[in-house]
Ligand binder design. Structure first.
Ligand code: GLC
Length: 481
């Protein structure tokens, strides 16, 4: 296949920065945007092309930034808007782009929109959120459940006698995406960031923002048939794509598409170039490190995606157990094999900060939990080697810090860096089509493009691949033909 000029987000390696835990420039124990500026050397050395920042907008932090009280300003604790502008400029000088997280499903209950909405039944903003009358017996309008805690997705607002809907915390009321003014308000928010030079958006809960207009009961109360996953969400995604496509250089929409059926995942790409550019593949993320199972998911994903669509792969994020613990079960060889795959498949790899160190899930004692859903172990500070005074979450003791790993040629960090470099140096790995190849049990082999074959041994036994090629347990190899 002739090499075409790929857009940057297809060639890129992305890196998710959980801002509170990446680097602290002012010694208050909380990471901040100038902390990232100070570490751009490191990110450039590692070889990443774009950063996805977890939410930096104003938030009372009931859900650590995912409850937004102002979409067009930056938390003072992170350095405010000037620090973000500084980061975008400083990163840009190194050809590193900055993607921000946007949370359109819900706001904080402290957002002025919600304060206005809840003030009175006839408030002009009443319809910006999902309000409904109690049932005759006073109970919630239907059987929808909240993703946090599993209780009702409804809270009674005593003052006006109606319930408001929240798929997450009561402090995160869901916006009503049937309201045209809500849609227009978000166009405006997207433009605000696009004009500031932001390279794109990671869209929180991208599959879930539109609710059933009739608020019907879920047939199975444990499955969000009507309070998320509505087809109508595609109208909104097409609308955002049109907005984003107006800007040059080109920007990216990366969706948190938390669906487990690949056919449904594929729909978020629209016809291949009119919805999301990239839709996270959770079936891959949650798969065991098993050659047959992983190959099946990748083959099915390749088959399901529309022709012009581009996959995206990740192993860890701020909501789930870090991959060295979950997928690799604490075995460094397995962690290396997983990273090898991440960087050799067709599609954009996304690293979560610390993945490059093989950083395991942090062991955070219950009494030090900040997150109401207990996700703190995935969010502990990046160990630079010192650099954290009294961090907001405990540093993980189970991983060698950045400084030590940088100096050690055999470290996982240097391995991760060499994988990124290998990818960048190979047009086939960046660009080439994916094709499965026959391989012995426990081994996954595939072709990339015209000239490259990849094989990885995901087993505890050495594997013979013919032509004298022997793979040690958990070893991967890229060969040019
Ligand atoms: C997304 C975020 C998660 C957050 C939730 C509600 O799943 O990744 O951190 O708690 O949305 O906003």
């Amino acid at each position: 296949m002739a090499s075409v000029a790929r857009p940057w987000w297809q060639r890129a390696v992305l890196y998710q920065v959980y801002v509170r835990s990446f680097a602290d420039s002012d010694g208050d124990g909380v990471g901040d945007l100038r902390g990232i500026v100070d570490r751009l050397d490191y990110l450039e050395w590692l070889g990443v092309d774009a950063l996805w920042l977890s939410p930096v907008t104003i938030s009372p932090d009931k859900d650590w930034g995912y409850d937004v009280a102002d979409y067009t300003d930056v938390q003072p604790a992170f350095g405010g808007l000037p620090a973000l502008d500084e980061l975008v400029a400083a990163a840009g000088r190194r050809d590193i782009r900055v993607i921000v997280d946007i949370v359109p499903n819900h706001t904080s209950d402290r957002h002025p929109w919600f304060e206005e909405s809840r003030a009175a039944r006839d408030s002009p903003r009443r319809d910006w959120y999902v309000w409904a009358d109690p049932k005759p017996d006073g109970s919630p309008p239907n059987n929808w459940r909240s993703a946090f805690g599993g209780g009702p997705a409804w809270t009674l607002d005593e003052r006006t006698g109606q319930y408001y809907m929240h798929n997450f915390l009561p402090e995160q009321p869901d916006l009503n995406w049937w309201n045209d003014d809500v849609r227009a308000a978000f166009d405006h928010i997207l433009r605000f960031w696009l004009q500031r030079g932001i390279a794109g958006f990671r869209i929180d809960v991208a599959h879930g923002i539109v609710k059933d207009g009739e608020l019907r009961d879920n047939p199975d109360p444990a499955v969000s048939t009507y309070n998320a996953n509505r087809e109508d969400v595609h109208d909104v995604l097409r609308r955002w794509r049109r907005v984003v496509d107006e800007y040059q250089p080109d920007r990216v929409l990366l969706g948190e598409t938390w669906v487990m059926e690949l056919e449904r995942l594929a729909r978020f790409y629209g016809s291949g170039d009119d919805e999301l550019h990239l839709a996270f593949n959770f079936p891959f993320t949650f798969c065991d490190l098993d050659a047959q199972k992983l190959r099946a998911i990748v083959e099915a994903s390749e088959a399901a995606l529309p022709e012009r669509a581009w996959p995206v792969w990740m192993l860890s994020n701020h909501d789930i157990v870090r991959f060295p613990t979950r997928m690799a079960k604490g075995d460094e060889r397995r962690a290396r094999a997983a990273l090898f795959l991440l960087t050799t498949l067709r599609g954009t790899p996304v690293l979560y900060y610390g993945d490059e160190l093989g950083m395991p899930q942090g062991d955070v004692p219950r009494e030090q939990h900040h997150d109401m859903a207990g996700r703190d172990g995935a969010r502990t500070p990046l160990p630079w080697n010192g650099g954290w005074r009294d961090p907001w979450l405990p540093l993980s003791a189970d991983v060698a810090p950045v400084a030590a790993q940088r100096d050690d040629q055999g470290s996982l960090l240097n391995f991760a860096r060499s994988l990124i470099a290998q990818r960048r140096a190979s047009p086939d790995l960046v660009d080439g089509a994916y094709e499965s190849l026959p391989s012995p049990d426990g081994v996954w082999a595939f072709r990339r493009g015209d000239h490259t074959t990849v094989a990885v041994n995901l087993s505890d036994d050495a594997a013979e691949l013919g032509d004298g090629l022997r793979l040690a347990p958990w070893q991967g190899v890229v060969q040019r033909m």
